[in-house]
Design a protein. Structure first.
Lengths: 495, 100
């Protein structure tokens, strides 16, 4: 029998539906893979029994001849930013230690309704703040990838969805949820040789997703390939009246409309993304990507996004500002940690709880956010950043006159060693320089693997599309995927 | 613009994060590095540019004026609301005494 953990969403869904194997067999295979992969530290909570129960329910429905759903029998990993009823949800922070939601997030509920089952909750950067998964209160996630030089240095799986990316690359799950505020789906996908798409802002409900920066936060799928991303995004997305920014639009059948024929499509190459400090191998992969898309029938056009270099500094005002506001709710009163020093009053309790519960990076961002929103500084920082954000979005609007989709690298480097950027938050932030502009503009954007660099580490290419045009992004991603023929997997050293 | 230890202590107090003097001091260069770097936004000519308010045009909706139309966001869920409270007493959140 084939190794079921080598299968993706589509193969599992179709195999369960036509009886090639049962949902229980699939779940047992992945449960075993998860149980044997503790050195990766990808899972914060494992839910093997729950996964089996749900799998049995899928098998029972099949026995009765019922519809199994878009993801019937597919076990997935759930980023720990999504509230899951009855299963501890901490956003990888001590301040939410023990928090067990009494409700289910809309995105996770949509997935269960589509027949997916949960293997467990995935580690991540604390409150999704980080690009290497080193800010988790529960330890780093270790990338399953290692350099081909024979060294055993532990590498970053990317962040913030680093548990998701590591688990998929290591074949612990066929797919996982991610969230992307400034690259947190695309960068970890690029680092680990998998695919991931952040849809248009508003496609996926934010209800029940622990908030970081609400005007940017957007959930999306991470999976082995573009088709699996299309399937899973279809299951996650949809209008939700419980989220005021939810898009009241029908969810297209992205899977059915997938096509790598790009005849008549224009692919924009933004000249400002050719930045100093970018790994030459990444620039080469970008050239290769152009050739592939041309081969798929697209016309390549040069475009300009003049405010690109200002996107990242604007993001590091806007996102911390929103975070400082969103994270004000962690006060030791309603859920999670409470630190009550002897004789302390209410204000001291707040301050002690937050000092104890938040990690260093979270504190740093809450402090920055508090500062830029404070009286006297608000206009100079926050208002200016929101104006720059308007200009970044306008750059894209103008680019759409010349092209239909944009091709760029996902990140300026491949994965780096854990600990190598510890003392240097700014350099860490720069890893998201290519990802953040699309976030600020709310655009759909995806990363697909395009090859390995000289160290044997995966590289990703990024596609950015017009608002609501996930299809255009997925199709261009598929065109690259088919031509890149990326099949590399990390060598299994963890079990 | 840059911050000093005193200002960091003030920000920490506004953010309700207890910080020792040593911690404040450690944070001064960290915050200043970031603040120096975001300073470049000042170069951008934003004359006549409106600050972004909604990234994707969307209109706010009114919901039907029906009590508990969606039980998930409606009332009558006191037990659920209190289930994760560090201290819950008599159907309320418990906090240290605030009035002497």
């Amino acid at each position: 029998m084939t190794d079921l953990t080598q299968l993706g969403i589509k193969a599992i869904r179709d195999g369960v539906a036509d009886g090639t194997f049962t949902a229980r067999e699939v779940t047992e295979a992945f449960n075993a893979a998860v149980a044997a992969a503790d050195p990766l530290n990808a899972f914060l909570v494992k839910t093997p029994e729950r996964a089996l129960e749900a799998a049995d329910a899928v098998d029972a429905r099949r026995a009765k001849g019922e519809d199994l759903g878009k993801m019937g029998g597919v076990p997935i990993g759930m980023k720990d930013l999504f509230c899951t009823q009855g299963v501890e949800t901490t956003a990888a922070s001590m301040i939410l230690g023990g928090f067990t939601p009494t409700y289910e997030s809309t995105v996770s509920q949509n997935l269960w309704d589509a027949g997916a089952t949960m293997l467990g909750k995935l580690n991540m950067d604390q409150f999704a703040m980080g690009s290497s998964n080193e800010t988790s209160a529960f330890g780093n996630v270790i990338s399953p990838w290692r350099k081909s030089d024979g060294g055993n240095a532990a590498l970053a799986p990317g962040g913030s969805s680093g548990g998701s990316s590591a688990a998929i690359a290591a074949r612990l799950c066929p797919a996982a949820t991610g969230t992307d505020t400034g690259g947190s789906i695309r960068q970890p996908a690029a680092f680990t040789g998998i695919s991931g798409i952040k849809p248009t802002y508003g496609r996926c409900s934010r209800w029940g997703t622990i908030a970081f920066a609400s005007s940017l936060d957007q959930a999306g799928p991470m999976a082995r390939d573009v088709t699996d991303c299309a399937i899973m995004l279809g299951a996650m997305a949809g209008f939700d009246p419980k989220d005021a920014t939810s898009l009241d639009l029908a969810v297209p059948d992205w899977e059915a409309a997938l096509s790598d024929d790009l005849k008549g499509k224009r692919v924009g190459i933004p000249r400002e993304y050719r930045m100093e400090g970018t790994d030459p191998q990444i620039l080469e992969s970008w050239e290769q990507g152009k050739a592939w898309l041309k081969d798929a029938g697209a016309e390549i056009v040069d475009i300009s996004l003049p405010h690109t270099k200002y996107a990242l500094p604007a993001y590091y005002i806007i996102a911390p500002a929103e975070a400082s506001s969103n994270l004000a709710r962690y006060d030791g009163v309603r859920y999670g940690l409470r630190e009550l020093p002897e004789g302390a009053g209410l204000q001291d309790m707040y301050a002690a709880t937050r000092a104890e519960g938040f990690g260093d990076e979270v504190k740093r961002r809450v402090m920055i956010g508090t500062y830029v929103l404070s009286a006297g500084f608000y206009d100079a920082y926050y208002t200016q950043a929101q104006k720059v954000r308007t200009l970044v979005a306008r750059d894209f609007e103008q680019a759409w006159d010349k092209c239909d989709v944009i091709l760029a690298p996902t990140c300026p480097t491949a994965s780096f060693a854990l600990g190598s950027l510890d003392d240097d938050p700014l350099t860490m932030y720069l890893n998201d320089v290519f990802a953040v502009p699309a976030s600020l503009a709310g655009l759909p954007a995806m990363s697909v693997p395009c090859g390995l660099n000289g160290d044997g580490l995966p590289l990703g290419l990024q596609l950015v599309g017009k608002p609501f045009d996930e299809q255009g992004v997925l199709n261009a991603g598929l065109a690259i995927e088919k031509r890149a023929g990326f099949t590399a997997q990390p060598e299994k050293w963890w079990s | 613009m840059s911050v000093d230890t005193k200002q960091v202590a003030k920000i920490a107090s506004l953010a309700r994060i207890a910080m020792s003097d040593a911690e404040c001091e450690k944070m001064v260069p960290e915050l200043n590095n970031i603040l120096d770097w975001v300073e470049q936004l000042g170069e951008v000519d934003v004359t006549g540019v409106e600050p972004m308010t909604a990234v994707i045009p969307n209109t706010l909706r009114m919901r039907d004026d029906v009590v508990n139309a969606d039980p998930k966001t409606g009332g009558d869920r006191r037990e659920d609301v209190l289930a994760n409270a560090p201290v819950a007493e008599h159907g309320f959140f418990g906090v240290p005494k605030v009035i002497e």
